[in-house]
Design a protein around this ligand. Structure first.
Ligand SMILES: NC(=O)c1ccc[n+]([C@@H]2O[C@H](COP(=O)([O-])OP(=O)(O)OC[C@H]3O[C@@H](n4cnc5c(N)ncnc54)[C@H](O)[C@@H]3O)[C@@H](O)[C@H]2O)c1
Length: 401
């Protein structure tokens, strides 16, 4: 095989194994590395099982599955990856661990090697600088599970050579992924722009506006989202979800839009983490989930005149509902998402098109926030945000200048 289709992957955990499967399925030779060979063997066995399941379901030929498996091999020394054009790092989320694990490999490699980190929350610029190779270090942020999720965010550090990100984008594309390019900023695109889907749902609940069930139902039936915010955060785990919120909120200097939810943090402190503990916003111990989290007591008051712009917005942006509570819930959550997308663009995170791509393929939104705004009409969106800001008075619906 030519040197151009051999990738080294450092870290054979959930992400490293998934990325190895993606690369091998698309014809690349993969050298998988971790602290020891047992971890890699376990990862390879897991990949084998997943490929077998694809064969059973008729999605992959037996022969292809076998060839794919033979493309993945174990590596432990720098020379095992000396002919690699790309090294992807998926080690635990710790800057020192990543730098220490990568350093000997980078030191022994040629100056041609592209280094791509799968970090979700560390600075790509800093990782590149620690390695003494900031111009050829970039982010290649896959989503979990990597073989299934269609998005890769390609992150440029402050000194990354644009040719490097272009090359990595071409590779991700050839691996069947949609690419969204983003600047090296906290949460990149998806982990930042998606925050209000969870946070505004919790704030609707805290405000006593609607129940968990009604909020989930509203986003699915009016908006076409696959999962409601509470079903989704129960699935993700409230500990994981609030940790990402805290990181993004603090790294972006604590804007009120991204402020953690009191109610969600109480779930975490009381150990109600979601599906994995049997209880979160819903209780999962019976045959079907039942609501376990009640709305806050502050009854929301709606002033005359505030509802009209929200109804106009909801009519344009959704599948429609006659229930004013559903209209407000829908407008609050969708406008909060749209506003975060506007801020992300204003902060130089990414283009409108890349933000739309990221949200459609990284979290399966039915439409990208900018497409949705264009379909709805920017003027309807702007007047709805104004009305929501006057209702909530919390600074969450003020778009960038
Ligand atoms: N899990 C997700 O949903 C997700 C999604 C996107 C990005 N990420 C990022 O991907 C990276 C890996 O996450 P994960 O979920 O696969 O973690 P994981 O814990 O499943 O795997 C991490 C692996 O790194 C290995 N490791 C630790 N120190 C090492 C060293 N010095 N040398 C080689 N290997 C070492 C561990 O043995 C382990 O196998 C993190 O940066 C994480 O933030 C995770």
């Amino acid at each position: 095989m030519s040197t151009h289709n051999h990738v080294g992957i450092l870290g054979a955990g959930a992400m490293g194994a998934g990325i190895a499967q993606v690369a091998a399925t698309h014809g690349w030779t993969v050298t998988l590395m971790d602290l020891n060979s047992e971890i890699v063997e376990k990862a390879v066995a897991g990949i084998g099982k997943r490929l077998d399941r694809m064969v059973e379901k008729g999605r992959l030929d037996q022969a292809d599955a076998e060839v794919t498996s033979t493309r993945i091999r174990f590596g432990s020394r720098p020379q095992d990856i000396e002919d690699c054009s790309l090294l992807i790092e998926a080690v635990i989320e710790d800057l020192d661990a990543k730098a220490q694990a990568l350093s000997p490999l980078v030191a022994a490699a040629t100056d041609e090697l592209i280094i791509a980190t799968n970090t979700s929350s560390l600075s790509v610029t800093e990782i590149g600088q620690r390695l003494g190779a900031p111009e050829r270090t970039c982010g290649m942020h896959f989503f979990n599970p990597a073989p299934i999720m269609k998005l890769v965010e390609i992150i440029s550090g402050q000194q990354t050579d644009p040719l490097v990100t272009d090359r990595v984008a071409t590779i991700a594309d050839s691996w069947g992924k949609h690419v969204a390019k983003a600047a090296d900023t906290p949460g990149f695109i998806v982990n930042r722009v998606a925050r209000p889907y969870y946070l505004e749902a919790f704030r609707c609940l805290e405000d006593g506006l609607a129940s968990v069930e009604l909020i989930d139902d509203t986003m699915k039936s009016l908006g076409g989202f696959r999962m409601g915010p509470f079903e989704l955060t129960d699935f993700i785990g409230h500990d994981v979800n609030t940790a990402t919120t805290r990181t993004v909120w603090s790294q972006w200097k604590e804007p009120s839009r991204l402020m953690p939810s009191r109610m969600q943090e109480e779930l975490v402190s009381s150990g109600q983490l979601g599906r994995k503990t049997g209880r979160g916003a819903y209780d999962y111990q019976g045959d079907s989930p039942i609501v376990a989290l009640l709305p806050g007591k502050e009854a929301a008051t709606i002033h005359a005149g505030e509802l009209d712009p929200i109804q106009r917005f909801t009519q344009k942006a959704s599948r429609g509902s006659d229930d004013p509570v559903q209209q407000i819930v829908f407008a609050r959550i969708l406008c909060a998402l749209m506003n975060e997308a506007l801020w992300a663009k204003a902060d130089g995170v990414a283009t409108e098109q890349d933000i739309d791509t990221a949200m459609k393929y990284g979290v399966n939104y039915p439409r990208g926030p900018f497409e949705w705004m264009a379909d709805t009409g920017r003027e309807y969106t702007a007047e709805a945000m104004k009305s929501l800001e006057s209702m909530t008075a919390a600074g969450r619906f003020i778009p960038p200048a």
